[in-house]
Write a protein of this length. Structure first.
Length: 466
């Protein structure tokens, strides 16, 4: 929280309880949280305790740090020391109870459960478990930013975190979006991103935080904003930087490649279209989707410390066609996830859970650059007679420049399917076209089929009517 002086994105902290005066005061932070709560928004604090800023040993005393075990960002505290653990716990309680935060997003949990040398740190791991218990006991969420935990040790069966950042969806899907040639879009990698890093992690897929842009990846010297990367045809890291070891190796990529002019990216139709595919994949995959500031308006300007850049409100509020379409697309995807866009099922079938909130996913079509999958939610208690029939959502994504006037796809037995979203036709959400089902026309392992128009680099979402 305090005090950032060097070019490491404000992550060179000196105090876990103070606020850098650049941002305001503790009273300002409390007022901000109260205002957010009045709007129905939760606020989570990015809790950085895995290191302190260079020179912190002179402030706190070198005896509280690991000697010869510095991180890349600063000296690492020795979590075996009672004074260190007490300070971390006191800071967590202060932020949760005094400041009013709704939870903690604990930064780089990998560097707490592991030593900088790579070996395990039992003291750091136990501290993480204690922080999780603290948050849970006060009804707050605890989120792990861990880009290498493929075995689920951070969640139930392990250290007890509610949610964990999952880099897999981004990593598996990125190349399929930004590569300039359709023949190099590997849909098998996209499927891996959709179903999760490791299905045997021992927790529900909805326990992962998924994203296509984050403050780490979108930096202009790393992967960049997705529209800019599509325009560029690859990331902005030198090749050697992309081949590093570990889930966060990209943070040390070094010198960056030239970043394109924003006007050129905006003028590139493919940049917005393929970036929209990534948005749909993220918002329809099992997990908790996360948007980076500016992503909701297709901002492609270079994202870098310390300028951000801030939201360009003149652009957001201007009647620019691309910005309006992107804002509408985000609104529609969020409404679909929350179940606000659904008509009721036929009488006698009872209510249905929003299909995009559950873990159910079945990828059944992956051919010629077109991907299709079903999504659904199950009731927490399978004996609950209120939920008789799961509601199905069908997501279709065309990763190619080819358009199809009549694309036929297999579907489960149903009366009709309702087309509720198109990334290239904003009028679809207003008209919600019903598609007739072709019975006794088997396809893709299902007994029925539907036909629809599928445009180049576009995605559709359909809902089962009955």
């Amino acid at each position: 929280l305090y005090h950032s002086t060097s070019d490491i994105w404000g992550y060179d902290v000196l105090s876990f309880m103070a606020i850098d005066s650049v941002y305001g005061s503790l009273a300002d932070l409390k007022a901000f949280i109260e205002a957010a709560h009045s709007l129905g928004l939760a606020v989570f604090v990015d809790f950085v305790v895995n290191h302190l800023m260079w020179g912190a040993e002179e402030v706190f005393g070198s005896q509280l740090f690991l000697h010869g075990q510095d991180t890349d960002w600063g000296p690492r505290p020795d979590f075996s020391k009672p004074a260190v653990r007490s300070y971390v716990h006191a800071a967590a309680l202060f932020l949760l109870l005094s400041v009013g935060a709704d939870g903690l997003r604990i930064d780089s949990t990998k560097t707490l459960r592991k030593l900088p040398s790579g070996g395990p740190d039992a003291f750091g791991a136990s501290l993480l478990a204690e922080l999780a218990v603290t948050c849970r006991s006060h009804g707050r969420l605890v989120i792990a930013e861990d880009l290498e935990d493929g075995d689920g040790v951070l969640q139930w069966g392990g250290l007890g975190f509610h949610l964990q950042w999952d880099m897999s969806l981004f990593c598996w899907i990125y190349d399929a979006l930004v590569h300039p040639l359709d023949e190099f879009r590997d849909l098998s990698r996209v499927i891996k991103g959709l179903v999760g890093l490791a299905p045997g992690r021992g927790h529900a897929l909805r326990g992962r935080v998924i994203f296509m842009e984050s403050h780490d990846t979108a930096a202009s010297d790393r992967y960049g904003r997705i529209p800019a990367a599509v325009h560029h045809g690859k990331s902005f890291m030198p090749e050697c930087g992309e081949q590093g070891e570990g889930g966060d190796a990209f943070q040390k990529a070094g010198e960056a490649l030239p970043y394109p002019e924003n006007a050129d990216v905006v003028a590139n139709l493919f940049a917005a279209r393929r970036a929209a595919l990534g948005l749909v994949l993220m918002m329809t995959a099992p997990g908790i989707p996360m948007l980076l500031q500016g992503q909701e308006v297709c901002d492609s300007r270079p994202f870098k410390w310390p300028g951000g850049p801030a939201v360009d409100w003149t652009r957001v509020e201007a009647p620019d066609e691309q910005v309006v379409q992107w804002k509408q697309l985000c609104h529609e995807l969020i409404a679909l996830r929350l179940g606000k866009s659904y008509s009721s099922l036929a009488d006698g079938f009872g209510p249905a859970l929003p299909p995009l909130q559950g873990d159910g996913i079945h990828v059944f079509h992956s051919c010629s650059g077109v991907l299709a999958y079903l999504r659904w939610s199950e009731a927490e208690d399978s004996r609950d007679a209120k939920y008789v029939q799961p509601r199905l959502a069908l997501v279709v994504v065309n990763f190619t420049y080819s358009s199809f006037d009549s694309f036929q796809l297999g579907v489960p037995f149903s009366r009709t399917w309702q087309l509720v979203l198109s990334t290239v036709d904003s009028s679809v959400s207003k008209s919600s076209t019903d598609l007739n089902v072709l019975h006794n026309t088997p396809n893709d392992g299902f007994p029925c089929s539907i036909n629809f128009t599928l445009q180049a680099y576009s995605a559709l979402i359909l809902l089962q009517r009955s």
